[in-house]
Design a protein around this ligand. Structure first.
Ligand code: 13P
Length: 256
């Protein structure tokens, strides 16, 4: 079965509620009815913006999914500052980013933490968007595939094929994030293909064929087409270019 592309905008720590509602409304104004047939569109705002953004899309009947950027693995309790899967579920989040390199690097998130979060999301019926990616040092050492595929194995440890329904992997080379330096389509394709081969090894060919593998790292309207035509790249997880409706819409349209 052919995979439907996904274009996901990771807003990171940008947009107050007022700004988020304006951006969601602008995306909604560009919304075309044929999008859902060809591409899944997802936006990942900060926690506080999730409900207001979802309300805009629901009101306009725009099929744009809303996803969180992080989650905690316990369902409730004394975990000051954290947000749980049931809380995201109640808002209507369909997906949640896990293991973004900024969380790993700036907040000390480990492969084990990522695995706990993935398991909690799967158990709660929210599809994880698992981020993996190498530093420049790893790339220069020539061990990118091993490093990235080990991250994939660690994130998905203990899951079975059924748990993988809807799961998404995002390959985001750290050296390409927010730097304006994109991986070439060939570099990105090679790693995404290696990720898919790892999924096949872990869960079988069918899961590997169905799972979406996204590219992230300075994706923009100028380079998106060359990336998404690659056989193992099923769309993008986009930071900067998702913060303006005009460029985000161009990225969505490149997937049609
Ligand atoms: P940029 O598109 O700004 O490089 O960010 C990529 C990213 O980290 C998406 O999660």
């Amino acid at each position: 079965m052919a995979r439907k592309p996904m274009m996901a905008g990771n807003w990171k720590m940008n947009n107050t509620i007022a700004e988020a509602v304006v951006l969601a409304q602008e995306i909604s104004n560009h919304y075309e009815k044929e999008w859902p047939e060809h591409v899944d569109v997802v936006v990942c705002p900060p926690y506080v913006d999730l409900k207001p953004v979802k309300t805009v899309f629901d009101f306009d009947k725009a099929k744009v999914s809303v996803a969180a950027q992080n989650v905690y693995w316990e369902p409730a309790g004394a975990f000051t500052g954290e947000v749980s899967v049931p809380m995201l579920k109640e808002i209507g989040c369909t997906h949640c980013i896990v293991g973004h390199s900024e969380r790993r690097e700036l907040f000390g998130e480990t492969n084990e933490d990522v695995n706990r979060k993935v398991k909690a999301l799967v158990a709660g019926g929210i599809a994880p968007i698992v981020c993996v990616g190498e530093s420049l040092a790893v790339r220069d050492a020539g061990t990118t595939d091993e490093y990235v595929c080990a991250q994939v194995r660690a994130a998905l440890a203990g899951l079975d094929a059924a748990d993988m329904a809807g799961a998404v992997i995002a390959y985001e080379p750290i050296w390409a994030i927010g730097t304006g330096r994109t991986a070439t389509p060939e570099q990105a394709e090679a790693v995404c293909a290696a990720i898919r081969a790892t999924l096949a090894e872990l869960f079988g060919g069918e899961v590997a064929e169905d799972a979406r593998v996204l590219y992230g790292g300075s994706m923009n309207p100028g380079n998106v087409e060359a990336l998404v035509v690659q056989p193992d790249i099923d769309g993008g997880l986009v930071g900067g270019a998702s913060l303006k409706a005009e460029s985000f819409v161009q990225l969505i349209e490149a997937c049609l």
